[in-house]
Structures are given as structure tokens and as C-alpha cells.
Design a protein around this ligand. Structure first.
Ligand SMILES: [Zn+2]
Ligand SMILES: [Zn+2]
Length: 220
């Protein structure tokens, strides 16, 4: 089920598409004049993703990845070939995860291929979606190479699995590091300000203000 299609943010629009049995939020972002855009975290259910791309009349120009987990990146290689586009992100510290996607658990019951990013990202980089800038921040902890993408103009963060509504990202998978994740959130995310909202990897989004005051994982 598509949560939201054609949500306007000025000239930038986005759609949230939960995919795979993990209900991972793949998102589409596109400019409403050029219709060029990016697909973020295509973890699977690619026929469904492609149908929403068609419905939105979007022209994918790149794939952005937040981190190297199978539910976020399992369909990236297939989609890269289908649209003949590049993959950008995450940070190179997740390269080993992406190269071993086919060995990752849990199996999601659909085709998965290993991935090599064409452009690893660094803290402070800017990526562009049809000319709309998103700042990259490297936020290790959920995985070593997790990144978030921030639109300062819209005060909106593509959070991946760094933080969810009401909890921080999980750190019980291999290479998770709870202390590092809390440090990432406190030093790289919360200082953006309470009025920033976010879309996260699973479930509904939230605002930094709500999480700062009510997220039990962030209580000092
Ligand atoms: Zn994850
Ligand atoms: Zn996830």
C-alpha cells in the first residue's frame, strides 16, 4: 500500500512505498517540473516500485542508499540495470555489507543481488535530486556506514534506520553499536533542531522535537 503519493514540497515531491515483508519505506523523490528524481532504498517488490514510478510519471536518475541492509538495498542492483542509473551512498564503511547482501538474513522471499555503489558518500557531502540539495551526514551505529539525507529547505530528513518513531534504530544485528548510534543521533541529528521532521526506514515518521522529548532511548 502506498502511504502517500505526490506529496508536494514546493517543487519537490515524494512518495513512500513500503516494500518487502519488513515493510521497509522505499521512497521516491522527484521534481514536479522535470519529473527527474531519485529512488531511495529499493529493498524489493520492484514491480510495485516501478508501477509507482510510472504512475508518478517520474524519471529516475539515481538510486540513493541509506545503508547496507537487505531490506533497503536488496533490489538496488536490479533497479539500477532496469533504469540504467547510478547508485550513490551509503558511506564506504557499509561496502562489505552491500557486497554480501545475498548472504544476509533474514531472507525476504524475493530476488536479491549484491551491490557495489558507484559513489560512496562522506559526512558533509551534498547529493542532488533533480537539482534539490540534500546534505549527507554519516551516522554509524545501526550499521557502520549508515547515512542520512537532509533537506534543509524543507527541514526534512531521510533517516533510514538510524532512528524510528519512539525508538532508535536496532543495534542487535551484526556490526550494530548502540553507543555509537546514540552518539550519532546526539551529535549529528538532534542539533538540526526540533522543527525538522523525518521519514524513517520502517513505520511512520516523526519530528526531532517529539523524539528529543519522548524517545526513551534518548533519555539521559
Ligand atoms: Zn537496517
Ligand atoms: Zn530496515
Amino acid at each position: 500500500m502506498v502511504n502517500s503519493v505526490d506529496v508536494p514540497l514546493g517543487k519537490l515531491k515524494f512518495a513512500i512505498i513500503p516494500v518487502t515483508s519488513m515493510h521497509q519505506n522505499c521512497t521516491l523523490w522527484w521534481d514536479d517540473i522535470s519529473f527527474e528524481g531519485a529512488i531511495v532504498d529499493p529493498g524489493g517488490d520492484l514491480d510495485y516500485v516501478k508501477s509507482v514510478v510510472l504512475k508518478a510519471r517520474m524519471r529516475p536518475r539515481k538510486i540513493l542508499l541509506t545503508h547496507g541492509h537487505i531490506d533497503h538495498a536488496g533490489g538496488a542492483r536490479e533497479l539500477q540495470e532496469a533504469f540504467d542509473i547510478d547508485i550513490e551512498g551509503p558511506h564506504i564503511d557499509d561496502a562489505f555489507l552491500l557486497k554480501g547482501l545475498t548472504r544476509q538474513e533474514p531472507k525476504l522471499g524475493q530476488p536479491v543481488r549484491d551491490v557495489t555503489s558507484g559513489h560512496w558518500l562522506h559526512d558533509g557531502d551534498t547529493v542532488y535530486v533533480a537539482g534539490h540539495p540534500f546534505e549527507v551526514r554519516h551516522c554509524p551505529g545501526h550499521t557502520p556506514g549508515s547515512v542520512v539525507y537532509i533537506s534543509h529547505k524543507h527541514k526534512l530528513i531521510i533517516m533510514g534506520d538510524v532512528m524510528m518513531r519512539g525508538r532508535i534504530g536496532s543495534t542487535d544485528l551484526p556490526y550494530g553499536d548502540r553507543d555509537a548510534l546514540i552518539e550519532s543521533i546526539k551529535s549529528k541529528i538532534l542539533p538540526l533542531g526540533d522543527d525538522y521532521s523525518f521519514i524513517c526506514g520502517h513505520g511512520g515518521g516523526s519530528s526531532l522535537g517529539a523524539e528529543r522529548t519522548a524517545n526513551p532511548d534518548l533519555a539521559v
